[in-house]
Design a protein around this ligand. Structure first.
Ligand SMILES: Cc1ncc(COP(=O)(O)O)c(C=O)c1O
Length: 442
């Protein structure tokens, strides 16, 4: 006999979050403070800290008091000309950056076109569609061994700039989601006066873009820095974009009722980073016997498997929370888990037994996804078009109106305006990321 379905909890979301927070498994995901942020000792009761903008706290859009002082400290820490807090993550910082680029290009009477690195997160596509900018895609070499795209090479960029001399702005993602850095100093040197925007969302704990001369730099607080989720920073360096333009862009996009606990945590994160220089390194002895992809990033561990999706599932079955599954590996973040020795040893045991189970399976190369850029419609036009939802197999040969991205890392396999092909679907399938339906042009 089947009983009555269990009643839904009165607060489904609160219940789910509290259960996740109390889960005994090891969190190897963002936020990399993993429940133990460096600023927790200075944290007053959360509910009491949920105040509003007033004479004591200041105003996010027109700061004159503590927000202004905190922004100056932020800019000083990162070596920026000016810095802003984002209460809409790196996503909002990205939108403001592209808005400022659009304004700057219009003032220079240049085309509203940006050279964009294919490792761009989906927030880049959305920010460009909002700002009315169109991408010309380029990318680094495909590493078929791991199924990841490496950062762009300066020589390839130089060739492209010669092909598109009117282009006034370039957007790079560095480090990549897998912790690899572009040669930003060399790239800056070949760009001339083109605006350089760097999405350094995964690198705020080892910042390189501002010292290399980037004009606008997007940071996420929770991806490497040990800060709170939904927090970000936007920084102005170089001289390609003026401060008032960025300031206006941030006012245009930010809420007028920001979360003060979030802002306070962003301030405290910066302070902890300047005092302690980020999370203490986590030793890798718990990963002994496993093959790791080399990286300079102290919080990232990409572990090789013939079948990364199965390795991810094995960790989940053991109650742990890996960051991402790849066809040929599983990604773990280790910022705040250094003290969780017993848990880490269990993660290591679990990975080794999975490696044993997969022993003898060939580690096949991952085919490169079809190139971006063969769009039949512009990004903005496609994004604003009417849409039809179709089962994924029926989308082949039709024009996508939304990006299709395995998430994480949220890097597009299909961009709005592009015709969907069988190769796209095969690539998504290999990543275990084939959606049931797609949004296409009617
Ligand atoms: C490279 C990159 N940039 C930007 C973002 C957006 O960050 P957020 O989700 O914090 O707004 C992400 C998110 O994963 C990302 O991977």
């Amino acid at each position: 006999m089947t009983g009555a379905p269990a009643p839904l909890p009165d607060t489904p979301l609160l219940t789910a979050v509290l259960e996740a927070a109390r889960s005994p498994g090891i969190r190897l995901q963002t936020p990399v403070h993993q429940g133990l942020p460096a600023w927790r000792e200075r944290w007053p009761d959360w509910a009491l800290a949920d105040v509003t903008e007033n004479e004591a706290t200041d105003d996010l859009g027109w700061p004159e008091g503590p927000v202004q002082s905190a922004r100056l400290a932020l800019a000083k820490h990162f070596g920026a000309r000016a810095s802003w807090f984002s209460v809409g993550g790196a996503t909002l910082a990205q939108q403001a950056a592209f808005w400022a680029v659009a304004v700057t290009l219009a003032r220079r009477q240049g085309p509203p076109v940006v050279l964009v690195d294919q490792n761009a997160h989906v927030s880049v596509l959305r920010a460009m569609a909002l700002a009315g900018l169109e991408p010309v895609w380029f990318g680094g070499p495909w590493d078929a061994n791991w199924g990841v795209r490496r950062p762009p090479r300066p020589a390839d960029l130089a060739r492209l700039l010669a092909e598109y001399p009117a282009i006034g702005a370039v957007h790079l993602t560095s480090p990549t989601y897998f912790g690899e850095d572009a040669d930003l100093a060399c790239i800056r040197a070949i760009l001339g006066d083109a605006v350089l925007v760097v999405d350094e969302a995964h690198g705020a704990h080892r910042p390189m873009a501002l010292p290399a001369g980037a004009d606008l730099v997007v940071h996420s607080a929770h991806k490497g820095l040990g800060g709170p989720t939904q927090g970000g920073y936007l920084h102005l360096g170089g001289h390609g974009v003026d401060e008032a333009t960025v300031d206006r862009a941030m006012r245009l996009l930010q809420t007028t009722s920001p979360s003060w606990p979030l802002l306070a945590a962003l301030d405290a994160t910066r302070s902890a980073a300047s005092r302690e220089g980020g999370s203490p390194p986590v030793l890798d002895d718990w990963l002994a016997g496993l093959r790791l992809r080399p990286t300079r990033d102290p919080v990232r561990r990409l572990v090789a498997f013939p079948d990364g999706v199965a390795a991810y599932a094995a960790l989940r079955a053991a109650g742990h929370w890996p960051e991402a599954a790849l066809p040929r590996g599983v990604l773990l973040l280790v910022g705040g888990v250094g003290g969780e020795r017993a848990g880490l040893l269990d993660v290591g045991r679990c990975l080794r037994s999975e490696a044993e189970r997969q022993r003898g399976l060939p580690r096949m190369p991952v085919p490169e996804p079809p190139a971006l850029g063969k769009a039949s419609l512009g990004l903005r036009e496609a994004s604003l078009s009417p849409s039809l939802t179709v089962p994924v197999r029926e989308a082949v040969g039709r024009v996508a109106v939304e990006p299709i991205c395995p998430y994480p890392p949220g890097v597009a396999v299909v961009v709005p305006g592009q015709v969907v092909s069988h190769d796209h679907l095969a690539f998504l399938d290999l990543h275990g990321a084939l959606p049931a339906y797609l949004q296409v042009l009617p």
